[in-house]
Design a protein around this ligand. Structure first.
Ligand SMILES: [Mn+2]
Length: 357
């Protein structure tokens, strides 16, 4: 595995490349061309400049998170081919630049959902939190203002104001899109992009739904083992894989993550590893990475990745906000750096213990 951190670019992130480079064990970042809208062809010069900036800091770009999918592709609108052509042009540009990993999601409208972005815990740390009854009390089309009001003034990944200003329209567009249609539209998209992925050896890594159940009645096709297996078989090409996001899949206690890792062996191209703590049925908070602080067995997760020969980039995921840091919710430096150290420690121990067997 390659340990990485997510970096949002200097215009958006409070964390610097230098700080990431100084985090022991981290050799790369996953990033994206922030400001590019879903459906656009990325600018070659803008991406080159981003790549140079990362490499000048002594890090590499381990993958792109994300190249977002235009709603027309997810909905299967008549104009989808134009947006798939644009997506292919972006993949070509990234492939030429030596990028081999793209994370994306195929979620309807909302990328991820929380009821609170800064719940205060007993020790004064703040964490992102999800309570189903509070989500149920929110009108779907006011969800953006609820989330945005709590973002510390930072742009939230996946909550682009440009799209979120059109929520009513988006709900209208997704009317009639059920899981079958969403899956069929994913298959159509994958069939069209696989030749360019084969040409440049680009691994596509779809992100699971977060949380792992339907929210606001929208269809969900990436919620657990069976659906993930179905998605990789839609187009049975090794470049069609998944991002193993433990915090997203883990929201449903019925999801046995080590079992999912074994079932998806060879098709997990990227791993987001974080812990969560169940606080009620369909309620959870994002805890520290340690097994002891949450409900997931992080040793078992890292062991399953090791045992299945996982070679891709891994990153700590959302962290708590601690030590007075002000940052994008979930993406402060301190707790993610603690996550890096903890996950790296688990990995070293597993590696050495395995070698001793
Ligand atoms: Mn994730």
């Amino acid at each position: 595995m390659q340990m990485t951190m997510r970096w949002f670019g200097k215009a958006y992130d409070s964390v610097t490349l230098k700080q990431i480079r100084q985090t022991p064990g981290v050799s790369g970042v996953v990033t994206t061309l922030y400001g590019a809208q879903p459906g656009e062809v990325w600018g070659k010069d803008a991406f080159r400049a981003l790549k140079k900036e990362v490499e000048d800091s002594g890090l590499s770009i381990a993958g792109i998170e994300s190249v977002n999918i235009h709603d027309s592709i997810k909905i299967g609108s008549p104009d989808r081919d134009k947006y798939i052509d644009n997506y292919i042009a972006t993949l070509e540009l990234l492939g030429e630049a030596g990028i081999h990993l793209i994370c994306y999601n195929f979620m309807a409208i909302f990328d991820w959902t929380r009821s609170d972005l800064a719940k205060i815990r007993d020790d004064g740390a703040t964490v992102m939190n999800y309570e189903q009854k509070r989500i149920d009390a929110i009108e779907p089309d006011s969800m953006f203002s609820v989330m945005n009001a709590k973002s510390n003034g930072f742009a939230l990944a996946g909550w682009e104001p440009e799209r979120m200003g059109r929520l009513k329209e988006l709900f209208e567009m997704y009317r009639g899109i059920d899981e079958e249609k969403l899956s069929a539209n994913l298959r159509y998209f994958l069939e069209r992009i696989m030749p360019v992925c084969d040409k440049y050896d680009i691994n596509m890594a779809v992100h699971p739904d977060d949380p792992a159940w339907s929210v606001f009645g929208l269809p969900r096709i990436m919620t657990g083992k069976d659906k993930l297996l179905r998605s990789v078989k839609l187009v049975d090409n090794p470049h069609n894989g998944i991002t193993l996001c433990t915090g997203s899949l883990g929201t449903n206690p019925a999801n046995d993550i080590p079992d999912i890792i074994h079932a998806l062996k060879g098709r997990i191209h990227f791993a987001h590893v974080r812990n969560i703590r169940y606080t009620g049925p369909r309620d959870f908070e994002e805890s520290a990475h340690l097994s002891a602080d949450g409900s997931l067995d992080m040793f078992a997760i890292m062991k399953a990745l090791y045992d299945t020969g996982f070679k891709g980039p891994i990153r700590p995921d959302h962290g708590r906000m601690i030590w007075g840091e002000a940052a994008m919710p979930g993406y402060g430096l301190y707790d993610r750096a603690l996550g890096v150290s903890y996950l790296s420690g688990l990995w070293e121990a597993i590696e050495k213990m395995s070698g001793l067997r």
